[in-house]
Write a protein that binds this ligand. Structure first.
Ligand code: SAM
Length: 312
């Protein structure tokens, strides 16, 4: 793995000139959430590296287990990752009967793979992650997530998700899950219209996509643009859902759930309840259930107003 990011003798670590680790605390500062920063107390810094794409840090926190940080932004903590991985996976896959072919863009920690693998109807899981260091670090330090890579249905592709989609045969997938970092850095293109057009092309009629779609408290301007683009591209349905993840900025994260023209998809009422399959599983779901699936689409008025009025 490449050399460490620069850290000074007092143990502080700066990324983009901003001290993110000071006196034993990690603070998540970003121009994407100006004026605020969530901090976690550090027990031990386990890994620091710099790949071709981003700075990578793993530390053991006092209260959230191990934490994966990319370019100063929290991606995963052992304590609350279940909320994000389970919701971004089961909201789409429980909304269509018998998903068979699934594509994950990003998701190099393996957590979404772990959740997709719960669906016994799935025959093929392709994952395209741009940064091999994230996969290596997850396999070494986050075995409860990287277990996803062990499923024989998984095909791992290291590369850019945009380029991968351009190589995909039209109508290949039942579902695409975009588990990307934020639109600063390598994931910038994954929030733009051409990318969504490639996703729609890769989906079968009535196929579904679920993307990481930021925070209604912080990013309504980004969400509004994404909704406008999706309404132009996805002629089935366009929906926004959200959930709570304590260590994501503002404590929430959203998801765009869209379907292509074809068999109707009612995202709000799961037709493929995974709860039933859960009884045979040795690793029960910690967060997702059919009730929280439907509730995820209930939005506060300020968000509903923007999302429902976007490009109508
Ligand atoms: N749960 C996190 C969140 O909501 O921010 C995302 C976790 S996952 C680690 C995000 C992954 O997206 C990273 O491993 C990053 O390397 C990958 N990624 C970013 N841009 C990408 C691109 N253009 N193609 C493929 N993977 C990309």
């Amino acid at each position: 793995m490449a050399g460490a990011v620069n850290s000074s003798s007092d143990g502080s670590v700066a990324q983009n000139g901003i001290n993110t680790i000071v006196q034993g605390w990690f603070s998540e500062m970003s121009p994407m959430w100006p004026g605020e920063a969530h901090s976690l107390k550090i027990e031990e810094i386990i890994f620091q590296g710099k790949s071709d794409y981003q700075d990578v840090i793993v530390f053991k926190s006092s209260t959230y287990g191990k934490v994966l940080v990319l370019d100063g932004v929290i991606q995963v903590t052992e304590r609350d990752e279940c909320a994000y991985q389970e919701m971004i996976t089961h909201l789409p896959l429980c909304s269509i009967p018998n998903p068979r072919k699934v594509l994950v863009i990003g998701g190099g920690d393996g957590g979404v793979l772990r959740e997709v693998a719960r669906h016994t109807s799935v025959e093929q899981i392709d994952l395209c992650e741009i940064d091999s260091m994230v996969v290596e670090v997850s396999k070494k330090y986050f075995p409860s997530l990287a277990v996803g890579f062990e499923d024989p249905r998984v095909n791992l592709h290291i590369g850019d998700g945009v380029a991968f989609l351009k190589s995909v045969t039209e109508g290949t997938y039942d579902a695409v899950i975009v588990d990307s970092s934020d639109p600063i850095g390598p994931a910038e293109e994954l929030f733009k219209k051409p990318f969504f057009e490639l996703v729609a092309r890769a989906l079968r009629p009535g196929g579904v996509v679920c993307t990481q779609a930021e925070s209604i408290w912080l990013h309504m301007h980004i969400i509004e643009d994404i909704v406008k683009n999706c309404r132009q591209i996805f002629k089935g349905s366009v929906n926004y859902a959200w959930t709570t993840v304590p260590t994501y900025p503002s404590g929430v994260i959203g998801f765009m759930l869209c379907s292509t023209e074809g068999p109707a998809v009612d995202f709000r009422h799961p037709v493929n309840p995974i709860d039933a399959q859960e009884s045979q599983c040795d690793r029960p779901l910690k967060f997702y259930n059919s009730e929280i699936h439907s509730a995820a689409f209930c939005l506060p008025s300020f968000a509903r107003k923007v999302i429902e009025s976007s490009s109508k």
